[in-house]
Design a protein around this ligand. Structure first.
Ligand code: RB5
Length: 143
């Protein structure tokens, strides 16, 4: 599975550590920045990751900022993206199982690093339950 990941300046070290662990687990990771020491605008990074997902360059996207809120708002502007902001393993599991979230958003200032890693791994390994497909179709009709 190919994963595009990005963050703003609030989550650089955490993003790098998540990316490193995902590579260790066998995922193909495309780290789209930002670089250490930069101060950036999170919507640009949301657009880059979501673009990679929608163009098929990545199967899933991961976005981190201070709270994950800005990234999730920006990501969900893009047609076809179902971005979920999660704070715990339960919501990470359910956003895969019920919502088929193709982008995971996390807050480096609001959620601890170990929980973030667990959320990422849970989301990546939980299958979508197709009983929820009709609701996703209704969301698609709104786009
Ligand atoms: C950047 O300071 C901060 O606003 C951003 O990381 C994020 O929390 C926005 O939602």
């Amino acid at each position: 599975m190919r994963i595009a990941i990005a963050s703003d300046h609030a989550a650089v070290e955490l993003r790098q550590s998540v990316a490193k662990r995902l590579v260790e687990l066998g995922y193909v990771v495309d780290d789209l920045g930002c670089g250490p020491g930069e101060r950036v605008d999170y919507p640009r990074y949301a657009a880059a990751v979501c673009g990679a997902v929608m163009q098929g360059a990545a199967d899933r996207g991961i976005l981190l900022c201070g709270t994950g809120i800005g990234m999730s708002i920006a990501a969900n502007k893009i047609v076809g993206i179902r971005a979920a902001l999660v704070h715990d393993v339960t919501t990470a599991r359910l956003c895969a199982e019920h919502n088929n979230a193709n982008v995971l958003c996390l807050g480096a200032r609001s959620t601890g690093p170990m929980i973030i890693q667990e959320c990422v791994e849970t989301w990546l390994t939980t299958a979508f339950d197709p009983r929820h497909q009709a609701r996703l179709d209704l969301i698609s009709q709104m786009e």
